[in-house]
Each structure stands twice: as C-alpha cells, then as structure tokens.
Write a protein that binds this ligand. Structure first.
Ligand code: PLP
Length: 403
C-alpha cells in the first residue's frame, strides 16, 4: 500500500510504548504506579452528568448544526466575557470534538505545504504531528530549566520567517505546567504586533492554576492581538470531561467558518448529548473546579518537594495544569550512569531512564523526548496522594541504587 506522505511523516506517539509496557506488566500482576495519565482522576461532576441524562430523555439525540449548538456557543461566548473579558460573536465561535480536534481543524484550514508553525518546546505531543498532517513544518523553539521553560521575545523574533503562519502558545503548559505572566505575554506581543501571522492560544489548562497566579491571554493585550489570535479551549480538563469530547475555538470569523466547512464534511457535529452536558458545565456552579484545583495544589507540593529530594533531579514548581517535568540532566551526564547506558546499548536518555524506572521501580512515567526535551520525564500528579508518596519513594530508591 502506498500510504499518503502526510501519514508517513507522523510517528506513533512514544508515550504509547511506555503505556503498553506498563499495561502488560499490570496484567502479569506487577504492582505498577502510573504517572502517565493526562486527565483529572475525578469523576465528571453530577450536575453535568444529570444534564446529559436529561438531554437523552428529552430526545436531544439528533444532528445539531455541524459547528455546534447555538446554546453552547452562547455559553462559550458568556464564558469568554466572564473569565477572560473577551467579547466574541457567536459567528466567531465553533464547537469541536475535543481540543485536539479544534487544533486539527485549524491546521487543516490554515496551512499550505511548507508553511511554518512555531512551537515552543517542551510541547504537547500532538502539536508537531497535527501541524505535519496539515502539510506544515513545525519550527521548534527549545527552552530549559534555566529559562524556566519559557521562550524569550528574542528567541521568538529569531524564529519568525516569511513562511511563518502561526505560533502556538500553551499556558499553562502540558508538559511543564509553566505559564506566562501578563508582562511576559506583553513582551511576546510586542514582537508579534506587526507580523503577518496568527497566534494560537491553547488555554485548555487556564482554570487549573495555583497560588496567586493570574491567567492571562495574549488576546487581552490589544485589539490588534485579539484579531490575530485564535483561542482554543474545552471542557476536558476543567470539568474532568475528557471522554465527552468537547472542545471549542474563538477567533476571526472567516477562519472559524472554514473550520466549520471542514467539520461538516468530516465528523459533522460533536455528540449532541455531550454538547448539552458542556452547557451545564460552563454555565453551572463553578465551585467544583475550585475543589479539584485544591486537591491538585496539595499533590503538587507533595510531588515537587519529594522529587527535589532525589539527587540529580531538578523539578520546577508548576504554576498550573497537573504535570511536573523534572530534569535529570545532571544525572544523565554523570559517570555513574555510563554503566546503565551500556546495558541499554545507547546513550542515557529520557526513554532509557523511563524504561529503567518501569523495570526497577515499577513506576510508569513518560519520557521527555516525546515532548521535545530529552533531559526530563513527565509525571502527572492527577493521581492519589498515596501513589505520589509511594511512587516518588520508589524512583528515589532506584536512582540511589545506581550510585
Ligand atoms: N491541548 C493540550 C495542551 C492538551 O494537553 C490537551 C490534552 O491532553 C488538549 C489540548 C486536548 O484535549 P482534548 O482533546 O482531550 O479536549
């Protein structure tokens, strides 16, 4: 079979290899502690589930407009006003089958062969693949623990070319949990203000922020920036609704309209029942989100403090989301790891380290290379306090055994 050039460019996610290995070990009865999950470990709140049940019983089970129910678009418009002070008409909003689908649709309608999309690393695993599936070229800007995993205005300027179609900003970020403060966003906007490109602001973790962190969006900087920005968001993470598959976007009416044309010829509407549930999630009592964030905040402290107790590990305190991205760079470069490298027949990197942790400590983590950074591993703290305590203890022991 001569497969399409587009699909041949895209590799299966390296995260799947670890997950598959962890699952097969679990099936053999081995006690694995998993830190791989990209979703809150809470149930979807009851009022949201009840809204879905009511929708089924009322027969709201047929096609909706391809771009989503007007009632949901209205809820999203009200949410943008309430939470972000951003005003959008319903024609500037569209509903998709999850945030991943929103980004996919956008790349399909925006890109021509060879167009460039700037992606700061560490990045969410799907961005580069989805850009390539749209025919585009990802342009990766690397960051590290020293610059707090944030790109600088200078780096941004240097990476913009005549082919740049868009830049992706994901704050708070998956996988680092790092987020840009208002002044940092303004500095990036200063670079972008006269450029002919779009900014894709992926705000999917906006509600999961800690301490005094105040979320801000580049679209708030000026009218000009709002015009250039497409905001991407969804209910998956905020309301623990990952399986319901509802994401949304807001921005330039002509772009939004084109994504609806694409959607009308691909998935058609997102599930009608999930859309009614999403209306309840967005319009309903928001205290459920606060409760979830409180639990995440407690676990964040536990995991960051205990990881920083491991020799050779540096873990930044995330401002948001439910991930940490500890760097083991010092350890990877040390002599004592050479022995282990020989066993794996390659240099010591995040993939080998993750395999080592799985075998030695029975702990499943995601190698940082999947996110464009081979010095780190990603650990989700959307898991119980008990798992965090025991899992990090096991990692520490496995690291010390190598010394
Ligand atoms: N954006 C980021 C940064 C994510 O981490 C995810 C999910 O992991 C998504 C978008 C998409 O979420 P979903 O498609 O589940 O709504």
């Amino acid at each position: 079979m001569d497969f399409s050039k587009r699909i041949l460019k895209v590799k299966p996610s390296p995260t799947l290899a670890v997950t598959a290995l962890a699952n097969s070990m679990k099936e053999k009865g081995i006690d694995i502690i998993g830190f791989g999950s990209g979703e809150p470990d809470f149930d979807t709140p009851k009022p949201i589930k009840d809204a879905a049940i009511r929708a089924i019983e009322a027969g709201k089970t047929k096609y909706t407009p391809a771009g989503g129910l007007p009632d949901l678009k209205k809820a999203v418009a009200d949410k943008f006003m309430r939470d972000n002070n951003l005003e959008y008409k319903l024609s500037e909003i569209t509903i998709n089958c999850g945030g991943k689908h929103s980004f996919f649709n956008l790349m399909q309608v925006m890109l021509n062969e060879g167009d460039e999309v700037i992606i700061p690393a560490p990045y969410w695993v799907s961005y580069p693949s989805i850009v390539m599936l749209g025919g585009g070229e990802p342009v990766i800007i690397h960051t590290n623990t020293e610059n707090g995993f944030k790109i600088t205005p200078k780096q941004l300027e240097e990476n913009i070319s005549a082919k740049t179609k868009a830049i992706v900003l994901n704050s708070p970020s998956n996988p680092t949990g790092v987020a840009y403060r208002r002044n940092e966003i303004e500095a990036l906007a200063e670079v972008l203000k006269d450029k002919e490109l779009h900014i894709i602001s992926d705000d999917i973790y906006e509600s999961i922020v800690y301490d005094d962190f105040e979320f801000s969006n580049i679209a708030n900087v000026s009218k000009n920036m709002k015009k250039k920005t497409i905001v991407l968001n969804g209910v998956s993470k905020t309301y623990s609704m990952t399986g319901w598959r509802i994401g949304y976007m807001a921005g330039d009416e002509t772009i939004i309209k084109k994504t609806e044309t694409l959607q009308s010829q691909s998935t058609s509407n997102p599930t009608s029942i999930s859309q009614w549930a999403a209306i309840e999630a967005i319009n309903g009592d928001q205290s459920v989100v606060k409760e979830m964030v409180k639990a995440f905040a407690r676990r964040r402290k536990m995991i960051v403090d205990s990881l920083n107790n491991i020799p050779g590990c540096e873990c930044l305190n995330p401002y948001g989301a439910f991930y940490v991205f500890p760097s083991f760079k010092d350890l990877f470069q040390s002599d004592k790891w050479k022995k282990l490298s020989q066993k794996y027949d390659s240099e010591f990197n995040s993939t080998n380290f993750s395999s080592y942790l799985l075998e030695k400590a029975n702990v499943a983590v995601v190698p940082g290379v999947a996110f464009g950074n081979d010095d780190s591993i990603r650990m989700s703290f959307a898991t119980s306090d008990k798992n965090i305590e025991e899992g990090v203890k096991r990692i520490k022991k496995a690291v010390e055994q190598l010394g």
